[in-house]
Write a protein that binds this ligand. Structure first.
Ligand code: ARG
Ligand code: ZN
Length: 871
């Protein structure tokens, strides 16, 4: 069934208060719910009550104290329940049974390691009790939990604690009251044998908040960074947005079986352990940064998501795009803004651009879906954040802050739409933002082309910008969208120039932002003494593909531009253009050659690396295989891989002394630290190691692996060793496994590294890992670490012409779908990119998609992905 945005209808009944009573038992939990119902004034006077339900065993239902006979209960095929003939005010009491321990979907109430956890976004609450499970029904919750005291000593839910006590027969009970109205997707319950790492935070207005991170016994010493990140997030939201926390406790619970990264349930965030637990020995620098970002993201949801929530799931980006924008800005403030922006853009282009060019392309605000779970996407999250950033750029930071104040004040405790956000920004700035809805409603990545001319007689420089968005499924015709182009001009000597547009009376120094509103627009700059080089899209001011910058200019900008993003981007685009030419040569069977300018750029970057090692590491990283594939109409993953390997080796050979000197100079001497500088130094050092290894310096990686004292260095070396043949590789992998076999998060890395190793027998190795005793299809992290890492992170092997890579993925998806349809639907994605592969591969990919589609009882989510991919 396709759900359409245009079909929105308000709920027939509102639920003012909810009392929930859980009698917890892994095999059979009883849930009693008491709903205070009130007819929605916006609905028809005789409309029936509709309650969602999924897999619930109804024991009893009472309306206003009277047991409802079966003929009053109209069940639908999807498990939902309709009751007609209610008065305008009514109390419904239901009793249902559920079985947490057999719930492998990890949606609703489930068990993990003997403890109880919930995940309700988007539609999991209906797996717990009958309820209008939609975000525009906001209620005040009181929750009572009863369980065995010995096995389930900790009982948590949303809000503030409100008493606890004995329940007889070895059982105990706790009550939680959440004073803030919330939609059902923010409900949470966590119970089990957990320990807390605790701290406190005093808000700006003086509220004393107890902070707790709940983990399994033994993990207490790995929560420090998460706690620090939480306190920094709380301070930042007060400083930047004036937003304070609003309960007496803030609980975080970490669980190793979790579908996503984390969840912002009111007062009780639930996190994948991956985004909480870290130590020097077990966590990479990427892990530290991921924890900081995700902790911040979930905390920031308390205002952008919880206090102000979404009317319906089509508005998902209202909270996700905005909250990603907020977490990006937080991380930028905590470390290097430039490097953070580069990483975010890398991520956007690795995941969102291909999505926007594939069969699942959808607008930031989709028009329809079959399974909403499939729309927690890079488009809704990352592109959504870019659209918020466009508005921020367009109206400026000060007006944006006023807009946020207005948005939260107007919409507090309400379920609203993207219009409410845009309107607040418009009212606060006085700038008409109506054209920005194009960014929310149109799928596809706009292509921006620039051309220019210089007239020495008039000293005028004319810059012409054009835009065009390619068609996407269901949206053949596209309209222009407003594109802010942050830019500047450089003189022939590389010096930045002040700019004056025709009609302005004074020149502006530094970066200025042009707004391209139509399909094509020319901007005339006056008083330009010599032909300049324009620097465009500084800071990646819009999520577009910029085309038509010549290689000469890219080289010039990579050296001279004042904007670090454009310097990095120009180097990247230069390398990409060279590499794509090499791919064409490889396809024709011609020699690959070498562009000496690349080695020169590496040498220059290394020479200047001391100033900003993190930036240097980014600048030294060649465009990834996925990025290159995305630049090609028809990708050639095998040729791309060969070219990239060839280039790495060639650069490594030509720059060996400088790479080696940098590698040696950056050896860790003092204590382990995780600040931006220390992380940057490790990143740069490991980038050098990769080039040196590619150039044939095998022993270096082995030596680093043997002596590393932190996970970043250990894993960097291991991933290089995993790409080689023979005994050293097998020994290192075995050593690593023996050392870490008891640590799931590290074992995930062990699986991933092997899944991504481009060894010639990669598929056989991956199949063998699939039957390894430590592999567990039911655990999402583990499934992703093998299946996802192979299909998305090992393109040259996944796309092996035998089709065995595709077959492996389809086999895994078919096996996983009945266990956890949500994860299965996510993993099947790479097969959907068949249009971007040559016919021989495309045919094999479609055959596997068809095989998945023909599987009986496919989940809605997997069905949607596969059927849309085959259209
Ligand atoms: N709201 C959560 C977050 O962004 C993600 C929840 C995802 N749930 C899902 N069913 N896809 O932090
Ligand atoms: Zn979120």
């Amino acid at each position: 069934v396709t759900i359409r945005r245009s079909d929105y209808a308000p709920p027939t009944f509102l639920v003012d208060t909810v009392e929930l009573d859980f009698d917890l038992d892994a095999a059979s939990t009883t849930v009693r719910a008491k709903l205070a119902l009130r007819r929605n004034p916006a609905a028809a006077a005789d409309a029936p009550l509709h309650l969602d339900g999924d897999g619930l065993t109804l024991v009893q239902a009472k309306l206003d104290g009277v047991v409802l006979p079966p003929e009053r209960l109209a069940f639908a095929g999807d498990g939902s329940l309709t009751i007609a003939g209610l008065l305008d005010v009514a109390v419904l009491e239901t009793v249902v049974r559920i079985a947490p321990e057999t719930n492998t979907s990890l949606s609703g109430l489930y068990t993990s390691g003997g403890n109880f956890y919930t995940q309700c976004e988007a539609e999991g609450f209906r797996r717990i009790t009958f309820f209008p499970d939609r975000p525009d029904v906001m209620s005040r919750y009181t929750v009572t939990i009863t369980a065995d005291r010995a096995r389930v000593p900790v009982l948590l839910s949303n809000g503030n604690p409100d008493g606890a006590g004995d329940a007889g027969e070895g059982r105990h009970r706790a009550r939680w009251v959440d004073p803030h109205p919330k939609p059902s997707y923010l409900f949470a319950l966590v119970a089990g044998d957990l320990v807390a790492v605790s701290d406190r935070f005093t808000t700006r207005s003086g509220r004393d908040v107890a902070l707790n991170i709940w983990v399994r016994r033994g993990d207490e010493d790995r929560c420090g960074h998460a706690m620090d990140s939480l306190k920094r997030s709380m301070t930042w939201d007060e400083d930047i947005y004036g937003l304070e926390y609003d309960l007496d406790v803030f609980n975080i619970a970490a669980v190793s079986d979790f579908n996503m990264g984390a969840m912002e349930n009111k007062g009780l965030n639930v996190f994948n352990t991956k985004y909480v637990l870290a130590s020097q020995e077990s966590a990479t620098d990427g892990d530290w940064q991921g924890i900081e970002t995700v902790i911040a993201h979930e905390y920031f949801h308390n205002w952008t998501g919880n206090r102000v929530t979404c009317r319906d799931w089509f508005q998902l980006s209202l909270k996700e795009g905005l909250t990603v924008f907020r977490d990006q800005e937080f991380s930028a403030d905590m470390g290097s803004r430039a490097v953070k922006r580069i990483r975010d853009v890398r991520g956007l282009r690795a995941a969102q651009f291909p999505e926007d060019a594939g069969p699942m392309a959808h607008p930031v605000r989709p028009d329809s879906y079959i399974e909403i779970d499939n729309f927690y996407t890079p488009t809704v999250y990352q592109k959504g954040a870019e659209v918020v950033r466009l508005i921020h750029t367009r109206i400026g930071a000060t007006a944006f802050r006023r807009g946020m104040d207005l948005y939260t004040a107007r919409n507090d405790n309400q379920a609203v739409t993207i219009e409410d956000f845009v309107t607040a920004m418009q009212d606060a700035s006085g700038i008409d933002l109506s054209a920005f809805y194009g960014w929310y409603d149109q799928a596809g990545t706009p292509e921006l082309t620039a051309s220019d001319s210089y007239d020495p007689a008039t000293r005028r420089f004319t810059l012409t910008l054009r835009q065009q968005t390619p068609p996407t499924p269901g949206q053949p015709d596209k309209h222009p969208v407003p594109i802010p182009v942050a830019m500047g001009l450089l003189g022939p000597d590389g010096a930045p120039q002040a700019t004056r547009l025709a009609g302005e009376n004074a020149a502006q120094p530094g970066t200025r932002t042009l707004l391209l509103e139509g399909t094509e627009q020319s901007f005339v700059f006056e008083d330009v003494p010599a032909p300049p080089v324009p620097s465009l899209l500084r800071g990646f001011s819009a999520p577009v593909r910029l085309r038509g910058v010549t290689r000469d200019r890219l080289r010039f900008l990579a050296v001279h531009d004042t904007d670090p993003f454009v310097r990095w981007e120009s180097g990247l685009q230069y390398a990409a253009s060279v590499m794509l030419e090499m791919v064409a040569a490889q396809q024709r069977g011609e020699p690959l050659g070498f562009d000496a300018a690349l080695a020169e750029a590496v040498a220059n970057t290394l020479a200047a690396a001391g100033d900003d090692p993190a930036f240097a590491a980014e600048a030294l990283s060649l465009p990834g295989e996925g990025f290159l594939a995305d630049q090609m109409e028809i990708a050639d993953p095998v040729a791309i891989h060969a070219v990239r390997q060839h280039l790495r080796a060639e650069i490594g050979r030509r720059c060996r002394p400088a790479l080696r000197a940098t590698y040696d100079a950056l050896a860790e001497t003092g204590p382990y630290r995780i600040d931006g500088t220390a992380i940057g130094r490790r990143a740069l050092r490991n980038t050098c190691l990769a080039y040196l290894t590619a150039a044939g310096d095998g022993p270096l990686a082995k030596a680093q692996f043997d002596t590393a004292t932190n996970m970043t260095d250990s894993l960097a070396a291991l991933s290089l060793l995993a790409d080689t043949d023979g005994a050293a590789r097998d020994k290192a992998l075995a050593t690593f496994h023996a050392r870490w076999r008891g640590d799931d998060l590290v074992l995930d890395k062990w699986f991933s590294i092997q899944a991504m190793a481009a060894r010639p027998d990669a598929i056989a190795a991956v199949r063998a890992l699939y039957t390894h005793p430590d592999f567990d299809l039911r655990n999402p992290n583990r499934a992703r670490s093998l299946i996802g890492a192979f299909a998305s992170g090992n393109p040259s092997q996944f796309h092996d012409l035998s089709g065995e890579g595709y077959r492996f993925l389809a086999d895994a998806v078919i096996a996983l779908d009945p266990i956890n349809g949500s994860i299965a639907a996510r993993l099947v994605g790479p097969l959907g990119q068949w249009r971007r592969q040559a016919a021989a591969r495309g045919t094999l990919m479609r055959r596997e998609l068809q095989r998945v589609l023909d599987t009986p009882n496919l989940s809605k989510g997997t069905f949607e992905k596969v059927s849309k991919a085959l259209l």
